[in-house]
Design a protein around this ligand. Structure first.
Ligand code: SF4
Length: 334
C-alpha cells in the first residue's frame, strides 16, 4: 500500500515524514553490497608484505610495479616512503625490492640477482601456479596460447615463463582466428587470472574447435576471487537498477566487474574514489548494488555509502557474510 505526497511523489506506507520539501527525503534507497568483493587473499597478503617490510626496515622501500592496482593503496604507501619502480636499474644496488602480486618474468628476477638486490616475492600463489603450468607446457614443447590483456603486468610476467618460440598471446576471438599453428598438433592454453569468466569460456571453446588436441591446465587459471566477484555482480544485476563498482582504471578484475554488470542487463559504472560518483546517476534509482575489485580496500566502499547517505535520508544497506573470510595465503619471509 503506497501513500502519495502532495506533489504526487510515491512514498511507501510507514515512511517517516520530514519537514524538508526535498523529494530525496521521501525516497528509500536500498544498497545491496555484493557478497564477494574487495581484497582477495593474494592482495591482502601482498599489502601485508609491504606493511610489514615498512615497519621492519623503514623507508625508502622499493616495490617493483604497483603492489596492487589501486590508487588509494599505492598513494598511501608512496606517502610513507615506498618507491614504486618499473625497472630494476631504479633500485640502488644491495637494496631490498618487493615483487608485486601480479608476478614478474624470469628476466626481472635475473636482473635483481645481477644487481645484488634482496628480493621479497609477493606474487600471488595463484599467479605462480599459472607460471608453473607455462613452464611445464614449454618443457613438453607445446605451442602455448596465452589468453589475456597485452600490456597488463600479470600477462607480461606469465608470458616470460613460456618459451618465446612457442608463445601466442590472444586477447579476442578474432586473435584466435589469426593463429596459424598446425591444428593437428598438441596445443596448450593458459590464461590471465582476472579475465571475464564468460568470455574466457567462449574463447576456450573456440580454441577446442580449432585445435582438437588442446591441452588445458589441470584447473581453471581464473582465480576464485575473479569467479566469485563476477557471480556476485550477476546476482546484484537481478535485483538492482544500478551497479557501482569501486576499482581503479588499471585494475583488470574491477573493469571486468563493470562489464559483467552491464552484460547482465544492469547499468553499471566504475569509480576509483567515492567523490568521483556523479550523483545524477542515482536519480530515479532505488536499488543500488555496490561491489569492489580484488584490490580495493573496504574504506572506499564505506566512503561511497556515506556519500549516498548525504544525498538520501532513508538508506538501507543490505550486507552479507563474506564467503571468502577463511581464505588466507601465507606471507613470504621478509
Ligand atoms: S585476483 Fe586472484 S590471482 Fe589476483 S591476487 Fe587476487 S587471488 Fe591472486
Amino acid at each position: 500500500m503506497l501513500n502519495k505526497s502532495k506533489d504526487n511523489f510515491v512514498v511507501p506506507k510507514g515512511t517517516p515524514q520530514f519537514s524538508s520539501k526535498k523529494k530525496e527525503d521521501f525516497v528509500i534507497v536500498e544498497i545491496y553490497l555484493a557478497k564477494s568483493q574487495g581484497f582477495c587473499a593474494g592482495v591482502a597478503s601482498a599489502v601485508d608484505v609491504v606493511e610489514n617490510a615498512l615497519n621492519k626496515y623503514g623507508a625508502p622501500l622499493y616495490v617493483f610495479h604497483e603492489i596492487v592496482h589501486n590508487t588509494y593503496v599505492v598513494d598511501g604507501f608512496r606517502q610513507r616512503g615506498v618507491v614504486f619502480v618499473e625497472d630494476m636499474d631504479e633500485v640502488p644496488s644491495g637494496e631490498r625490492v618487493i615483487f608485486s602480486a601480479h608476478g614478474v618474468p624470469p628476466k626481472v628476477i635475473e636482473k635483481a640477482k645481477q644487481r645484488n638486490l634482496n628480493v621479497v616475492d609477493a606474487t600471488c600463489p595463484l599467479v605462480t601456479k599459472v607460471h608453473n603450468e607455462a613452464v611445464k607446457f614449454s618443457s613438453h614443447q607445446f605451442e602455448t596460447v596465452l589468453i589475456g590483456h597485452r600490456g597488463h603486468q600479470e600477462l607480461i610476467g606469465t608470458a616470460g615463463y613460456v618459451d618465446p618460440n612457442l608463445l601466442h598471446i590472444v586477447e579476442t576471438e578474432d586473435d584466435i582466428d589469426q593463429l596459424t599453428i598446425d591444428p593437428n598438433i598438441e596445443v596448450a592454453y593458459i590464461t590471465q587470472t582476472t579475465l571475464s569468466v564468460d568470455e574466457t569460456k567462449m574463447m576456450i571453446e573456440k580454441l577446442k574447435r580449432k585445435f582438437p588436441r588442446l591441452q588445458a591446465p589441470p584447473r581453471s587459471d581464473l582465480c576464485y576471487a575473479t569467479t566469485n566477484r563476477q557471480n556476485s555482480v550477476k546476482e546484484l544485476a537481478q535485483i538492482c537498477d544500478l551497479i557501482i563498482i569501486c576499482g581503479s582504471p588499471n585494475s583488470s578484475n574491477s573493469n571486468r566487474l563493470r562489464e559483467t554488470g552491464e552484460k547482465a542487463g544492469c547499468p553499471s559504472t566504475i569509480i576509483d574514489q567515492a567523490q568521483e560518483l556523479g550523483m545524477n546517476l542515482l536519480k530515479g534509482k532505488t536499488k543500488i548494488g555496490i561491489s569492489s575489485g580484488a584490490s580495493v580496500p573496504r574504506v572506499i566502499v564505506d566512503e561511497l555509502i556515506n556519500r549516498i547517505r548525504q544525498e538520501y535520508r532513508n538508506v538501507v544497506v543490505h550486507e552479507y557474510e563474506n564467503p571468502e573470510k577463511n581464505i588466507v595465503f601465507a606471507l613470504p619471509d621478509i
